[in-house]
Ligand binder design. Structure first.
Ligand code: HEM
Length: 250
C-alpha cells in the first residue's frame, strides 16, 4: 500500500502539515481581525464571559495547531532527507530553498511566540476575567499581559503572509533548480535574519511597548499589522527579481 512507503508517508505528512497550518493561521487571523476588535466593543461582563468560554477554547486549538504544524514541518524535512530528491545542500542554494529557510525561521519564531508569550500572558488575562466575573479583585498585571500577548500576536500576523509565500512558493513558484550566486545568497540570508531578529526584538518589547511610537505603530491596529504583513511578503517576493535576478513565476 502506497501509504506505507516513504513517498506515501511524506504525502500524508504534507497533507497533515497543510491542515494544521490552515487551522493555526485561521485562528491567528480570527483573533486579530475578529476577536480583538469585537472585544473592544463589548461591555466588560460579556467580554469576561467570552474570555472564559470562547477564547479559552480557541486558544487550545490555536496552540496545539501551532505545535502540530511545527512538528509535521520538521517531519517533512526529516522524511524527505538530504538527498538530491529531498533537501540536500544544493537545494538550500536555490531561490526555493532560500525562501523555505526564511519561512521556517519565521514560523519557528511564531510558534515560540505562541507558546512562550501569547499563551502564558493570555492565561493571566483569562484568569483575571474569571476572577472579576466571580466578584473578585482585578489583577493590575492583566493589562500589561494583554499588551505583551497582543504585540506578539500582531507580529505573528506580520510574519504569516511571508511564511505562506515561502512554504507554498517552494514547490510552486520559486525556481527549484537554478542556483543563486554566492553573493546574492549571502545578501539574502543576512537581510532575512536581520529582519527576523529586529522584528522579534521589537515584538517582545525590547524597544518599548508604549502604543503610538514609531516602533509600535505596526501593532496599534490590525489594519496596520496587515499592511506590514503585505509589505514584508512583497519585499521577499521582489527580492529574487531585484537581487537574485530570478523572478518568481509560474
Ligand atoms: C505558520 C506556520 C506554517 C505554515 C502556515 C505552513 C504552511 C505550509 C504550506 C501551505 C505548505 C505547502 C505544501 C505544498 O505546497 O505542497 C508547506 C510546506 C512545507 N512546510 Fe510549512 N508551514 C508552516 C510552518 C512550517 C515549519 C515550522 C516547518 C519546518 C520546521 C515547515 C516545513 C515545511 C516543508 C519542508 C514544506 C514542503 C516544502 C516543499 O518542498 O514544497 N513548515 N507549509
Amino acid at each position: 500500500m502506497v501509504f506505507f512507503t516513504k513517498g506515501g508517508f511524506l504525502g500524508a505528512m504534507r497533507m497533515s502539515h497543510v491542515i494544521f497550518a490552515v487551522m493555526w493561521m485561521g485562528l491567528l487571523w480570527f483573533f486579530n481581525f475578529i476577536q480583538v476588535p469585537a472585544y473592544a466593543e463589548m461591555e466588560a461582563g460579556a467580554r469576561n464571559n467570552a474570555f472564559d468560554k470562547l477564547t479559552w477554547r480557541a486558544l487550545w486549538w490555536f496552540r496545539w495547531a501551532a505545535m502540530a504544524t511545527w512538528v509535521s514541518g520538521l517531519l517533512i524535512l526529516a522524511i524527505a532527507g538530504g538527498g538530491d530528491e529531498g533537501y540536500g545542500s544544493l537545494f538550500w542554494k536555490t531561490p526555493a530553498g532560500g525562501m523555505l529557510a526564511v519561512a521556517i525561521v519565521f514560523s519557528t519564531i511564531m510558534a515560540a511566540n505562541v507558546w512562550m508569550i501569547i499563551w502564558p500572558n493570555q492565561q493571566i488575562v483569562i484568569a483575571n476575567a474569571r476572577a472579576v466575573s466571580a466578584g473578585g479583585e482585578a489583577n493590575p498585571e492583566a493589562p500589561k499581559a494583554a499588551r505583551r500577548a497582543a504585540m506578539a500576536s500582531r507580529q505573528n500576523l506580520i510574519f504569516s503572509l511571508t511564511v505562506i509565500l515561502g512554504m507554498v512558493g517552494t514547490s510552486h513558484f520559486f525556481g527549484r533548480f537554478d542556483q543563486m550566486g554566492g553573493g546574492s545568497r549571502a545578501i539574502f540570508y543576512i537581510i532575512a535574519i536581520a529582519i527576523a531578529v529586529a522584528l522579534e526584538l521589537n515584538a517582545v518589547g525590547k524597544f518599548g511597548t508604549e502604543a503610538g511610537k514609531p516602533n509600535t505603530k505596526m501593532y496599534d491596529t490590525h489594519t496596520m499589522a496587515l499592511y506590514y504583513a503585505l509589505g514584508l511578503m512583497v519585499f521577499f517576493w521582489l527580492f529574487f527579481e531585484i537581487v537574485a535576478g530570478k523572478a518568481p513565476g509560474l
